[in-house]
Design a protein around this ligand. Structure first.
Ligand code: AGP
Length: 615
């Protein structure tokens, strides 16, 4: 969850590191710090809280040098404080480490170090590593040799980077497990490391990605890679990353979240482009989908995995695939799947949904499925991420960088990609006729226009959010295809506004949830004119009969609903299977404006981080 950056070259490292951290702040914002090699010594600046606090500290006590490492923290071991902020240094303050992840055996490693006289100055698990490296450097080893001896002793999850005045002009970076990406960027006479692509885009598009169990020795003139297990050299491909810097910037919007919501017409167009064969009208994925027609026909079961918002997309995927391709699907919470001894049957496809491709629960669940022989397909936004490496097949989301902690455009991209995937499966399995497929695809190509139209409703949704922003609890109701939308609407509101919100299948209300309803409870009911419309209308009546306040999402042109709800938000018409990609938009905007009205930090909600790389 933490962000790490590093630079070695001929420029002043401090502003480069601070800018890199600025682009990674969404990964954690409990504290930040930098370590710079300066005139044969090591200078450290750290501050509790957001990056701006570190910027102030640096302004008061400037530092400069040609190489350094920086960190933005999401606290796990040790409360957020300056003392626990990274980088951590050894007893002589000549070697520094930054770390993303958790070292589970740090107590065991620390005891002998304390006995040997090492002085610890933080409550973190991380500090133990730099003292272990200190011991190795004292034996005259280079920084990479020291790291190669220390890192195999660590249990748990870690991406780490070191610098040391004992081995200057070098950063040693390593990835121990799935948790925490390490990316190396290649410049002209300079090199970079970072835990995410946006931190490097300003400087280079040429990048390599460390696999778990690998170490990089990074100098201004080049980078070499070694295997942690035995130190053997590793050849790594250099990838050309297509994302541009503009898409990783706020571009005049107040928050990244709002910008990312407004990018959705473009995201949907990019998702559709090139994915329908002109002659045959069949969906085809040109990414890394190697599933043959015979394999598709032989599929017996699909298991869809995703955490949080990606999990709600997975649920929508189940509804789509079962409807169009008639394959039984389960949706699994990855952190449960991994530990509950799941059963994998022959010809089972496990489908992972993950924006970052680095969510450790999802990766672990994928590994468990793979261990049991399942074929793995992932829908991933971030190129080169670990999920793409674990998978047999990859469908890339064409959402571009998503910076806001709250996922919006990646969710929509997942929905549209799953819709295409369900059509793809249906076409190959013969469960979906040509005419119906053509109609479904025509609707998809019309979606960007409808999203554009819906975005025009933002002022009305903002007014609604301002009217209800003080409510303590909310209920979100949906059925069928828009049951996952109700879950996602509640999730976003909780995440951003810190209000309690519950999403449920409307049919479940009578089994307990009705007890919550009174005149203080706003109930958001997704009541589009689809196959569940009549049932939703009845549920709305039930809420009104108990004095609840109804905010209805209704189809354009639905006159029957007039007078049946306290508030009505209109959603343009499309087919039922595609409607979640539209219905979610007002809910995302509602959550955004409630949070903004409350004065919350929309892009960086408290206690959360973008890439969840701890269990
Ligand atoms: C979404 O708004 C959340 N921040 C969170 O639920 C997120 O979707 C989840 O952590 C999964 O992330 P991933 O898609 O990168 O795997």
């Amino acid at each position: 969850m933490c962000g790490i950056v590093g630079y070695v070259g001929s420029r002043d490292a401090t502003p480069l590191l601070v800018n890199g951290l600025r682009r990674l702040e969404y990964r954690g914002y409990d504290s930040a710090g930098v370590a710079i090699q300066e005139n044969g010594g090591l200078e450290i600046r750290r501050a509790e809280g957001k990056l701006d606090n570190l910027v102030r500290v640096i302004a008061e006590r400037p530092l400069s040098g040609r190489s350094g490492i920086g960190h933005t923290r999401w606290a796990t071991h040790g409360r957020p404080s300056e003392q626990n902020a990274h980088p951590h240094v050894d007893c002589g303050a000549v070697t520094a480490v930054i770390h993303n992840g958790i070292i589970e055996n740090f107590h065991d490693l620390k005891a002998p170090l304390v006995e040997a006289g090492h002085r610890f100055s933080s409550e973190t698990d991380t500090e133990v590593v730099v003292h272990l490296v200190e011991q190795e450097l004292a034996q005259g080893r280079t920084l990479d040799e020291a790291a190669l001896r220390v890192l195999p002793q660590l249990e748990g999850a870690a991406a780490l980077a070191f610098i040391s005045v004992k081995d200057p002009g070098k950063i040693v970076a390593a990835r121990i497990s799935n948790a925490g990406a390490v990316i190396v960027g290649y410049g002209e006479g300079e090199s970079f490391i970072a835990s995410d692509i946006p931190a490097l885009l300003e400087h280079t598009r040429r990048m390599s990605f460390l696999d778990p169990g690998e170490l990089a020795v990074v100098t201004a003139t080049g980078v070499t890679f070694r295997r942690l297990e035995d130190g053997a050299p590793v050849e790594k491909a250099v990838q050309d990353i297509q994302w541009d810097l503009v898409s990783a910037a706020k571009s005049g919007y107040k928050h990244f979240m709002l910008k990312e919501i407004y990018e959705q017409p473009r995201v949907v167009s990019d998702t559709l482009i090139g994915r329908v064969e002109r002659e045959s009208g069949r969906v085809a994925f040109d990414d890394d989908l190697k599933l043959t027609d015979a394999q598709v026909k032989g599929l017996r079961r699909l298991t869809l995995l995703g955490c949080g918002t990606a999990g709600y997309a997975a649920l929508a995927g189940k509804y789509l695939i079962e409807r169009l391709a008639r394959i039984p699907c389960d949706v699994e919470i990855p952190s449960e799947y991994r530990y509950r001894e799941p059963v994998v049957v022959p010809d089972q496809l496990v489908v992972a949904l993950t924006q970052s491709g680095e969510t450790v629960d999802t990766l672990a669940a994928m590994q468990e499925a793979k261990r049991q022989g399942a074929r793995l397909l992932s829908f991933v936004n971030v190129m080169g991420s670990q999920a793409t490496r674990l998978s047999d097949d990859v469908i890339y989301l064409h959402a571009g960088p998503e910076i806001s902690v709250a996922s919006t455009k990646a969710y929509t991209a997942m929905l549209v990609d799953l819709y295409l995937f369900a059509i793809f499966l249906g076409q190959r399995r013969g469960t979906l006729g040509k005419e119906k497929a053509a109609k479904l695809l025509a609707d998809a190509f019309h979606l960007p226009t409808l999203i554009d139209a819906l975005l025009q409703e933002e002022p009305r949704i903002r007014a609604l959010a301002y009217r209800y922003h003080q409510a303590r609890d909310f209920l979100f109701l949906g059925r069928g295809m828009n049951y996952p939308t109700a879950l996602e609407g509640a999730h976003k509101l909780k995440e951003l506004s810190y209000s309690h919100a519950e999403g449920t299948a409307a049919g479940e209300m009578k089994h307990g949830i009705n007890a919550l309803i009174d005149e203080s409870l706003p109930v958001v009911a997704i009541a589009l004119q689809d196959s569940t419309y009549r049932k939703m209308r009845s549920n709305i009546q039930e809420v009104r009969a108990r004095a609840g306040v109804v905010i209805a999402l209704a189809s354009d042109g639905d006159e029957e609903i007039e007078g049946q709800a306290d508030e009505i938000v209109r959603v343009p018409d499309t087919n039922e299977l595609l409607s979640p990609a539209l219905a979610v938009l007002p809910l995302h905007l509602f959550a955004y404006h409630v949070a903004d009205r409350r004065g919350n930090d929309v892009d960086q909600p408290r206690n959360l981080a973008k890439s969840v790389t701890v269990e």
